[in-house]
Design a protein around this ligand. Structure first.
Ligand code: SF4
Length: 458
């Protein structure tokens, strides 16, 4: 087994990452771009980067992910990619006819120092951008941040590039959903509508990366935030940003530019974080919570009550993105589980402080590391074993090596199918998460039970 030589002695490491707990910025930027209707993501760099980012998204969502590339060669790597990008813009509008091209940079074009603002303006001046069509860009150097930073940068770029203000409110609310599955975006919209709110959700990958099988290929599926909605975000009554890392920058940019007031909330994962999201909607729109949502909340509470005996004091190890892990840890603590090893690949001391505050009352030592890696998590697990591991697909190696019940959670999930069709956010998503956790815990009990304790009814 690949990881069987992970040793228990933890040595100080500063400049070495082993099995990173994150992926690179352009992956998130490409994902955010796909959440605009009729938009083609464009990777300004080498073909290899673009192929990797597309394949990461295609493998996770099991949908063909389209993106173009500036196809840097040796020449452009030395002299810059201006000529390649202008040619690409011309080719893309002529051949594929999107409404929008969303350009993101890569390590290579950032290291060269290509000025995307100047290049895209030059393309406009040279008539390579047809009337009514748009090219905008985000800088996504991957030697800092993670896929979530890339998502945040692209989302902020779309807010700044497209939003306009007519001075008249449109009666709508912006919701920035964070780096979540397309199904989560649908769920967030559904709850907002249920409260009588007309949301502008951006970006919105629902019906782009979880669309129906129709037998016909469409390069630009029907989903995605419409251009007119993006433009209208400057006229909205307010913005709710879900997930501080992925969404706050865009919300604050709209506030700064058009004075659209914003609220930043955790991703609605679990009971309390969803309560806060619903409360934020209620206060922002001045509406009351309908009985249908109160009922869903009650169902989640009922499931927690029924399952609690199995969760009590089970130790959990977690790897993922800060926006996911903070509400998840809060949820697990609430159901009396004990998250004791928590790693994110994204740097930032605030994350560690928040996790320490959430777990302060647990009767055991809690390890938390921002800017950590899977190797460190595995070492912690070997020193202090856990009953459950929750992480993206890369966690399966640890799970197999140490025989730990494993729930796939976060991005990317490359070895299971269907996850992008079912939410893990809001009350219904919370129910699904709990079912997944309990299933692996009880499967393990069944597997290990001696014959006389192998129960039909648990
Ligand atoms: S070179 Fe940079 S942008 Fe390209 S795949 Fe590697 S980390 Fe990502």
């Amino acid at each position: 087994m690949l990881l069987r030589h992970t040793h228990t002695e933890i040595l100080p490491r500063e400049a070495l990452t082993v099995n990173p707990a994150k992926t690179c910025q352009p992956v998130g930027a490409m994902y955010a771009s796909l959440g605009i209707h009729n938009c083609l993501p464009h990777s300004h760099g080498s073909q290899g980067c673009c192929a990797y980012h597309r394949s990461a998204l295609t493998r996770h969502y099991r949908e063909p992910v389209m993106a173009a590339t500036s196809s840097f060669t040796e020449g452009s790597s030395v002299f810059g990619g201006q000529a390649n990008l202008i040619q690409a813009i011309d080719n893309i509008f002529t051949t594929y006819d999107p409404d929008i091209i969303a350009v993101h940079t890569t390590c290579l074009s950032e290291t060269i120092g290509d000025d995307l603002y100047q290049i895209t303006n030059k393309a406009v001046k040279e008539g390579k951008v047809p009337p009514g069509k748009h090219v905008f860009h985000a800088n996504t150097p991957s030697y800092v941040g993670s896929h979530v930073t890339g998502f945040a940068n692209m989302t902020k770029a779309m807010a700044l590039y497209f939003s306009k203000s007519t001075g008249v409110h449109n009666g709508r609310f912006n919701i920035i959903p964070g780096y979540v599955e397309p199904s989560d975006m649908s769920e967030i919209k559904r709850l907002a509508r249920e409260m009588g709110i007309r949301p502008i959700l951006f970006p919105d990958t629902s019906d782009v990366l979880n669309g129906p099988q129709t037998g016909k290929y469409k390069m630009f599926p029907q989903g995605g935030t419409p251009l007119e909605d993006l433009v209208s975000t400057g006229d909205s009554m307010g913005t709710i940003a879900l997930g501080p890392l992925a969404s706050a920058d865009a919300a604050r940019a709209l506030d700064g530019k058009w004075h659209v007031p914003c609220r930043v909330e955790d991703l609605p994962i679990g009971l309390s974080a969803t309560d806060r999201f619903i409360d934020a909607l209620r206060k922002a729109a001045g509406v009351s919570v309908p009985d249908s949502i109160t009922r869903e909340r009650g169902q989640l509470l009922d499931i927690i009550t029924d399952m609690h005996q199995y969760f009590y004091q089970k130790k959990v190890a977690l790897a993922g993105d800060p926006d996911h892990l903070i509400p998840l840890v809060e949820f697990l603590v609430q159901i009396d589980m004990m998250p004791i090893h928590i790693v994110t690949g994204t740097s930032g001391k605030a994350f560690e402080k928040q996790i320490q505050a959430l777990t302060a009352h647990l009767p055991c030592k809690v390890n938390v590391k921002a800017g950590g890696d899977m190797f460190m998590l595995h070492q912690w697990i070997k020193n202090d074993p856990v009953d459950l591991l929750m992480a993206n697909t890369y966690g399966k190696y640890m799970a197999k090596d140490d025989d730990i019940p494993f729930v796939r959670f976060g991005f990317p999930i490359l070895d299971r199918v269907g996850h992008s069709y079912f939410p893990t956010t809001c009350y219904r998503g919370g129910m699904r998460l709990l079912e997944k956790i309990l299933d692996v815990l009880l499967d393990r009990m069944d597997r290990d039970a001696p014959e006389e304790r192998f129960e039909l009814v648990m």
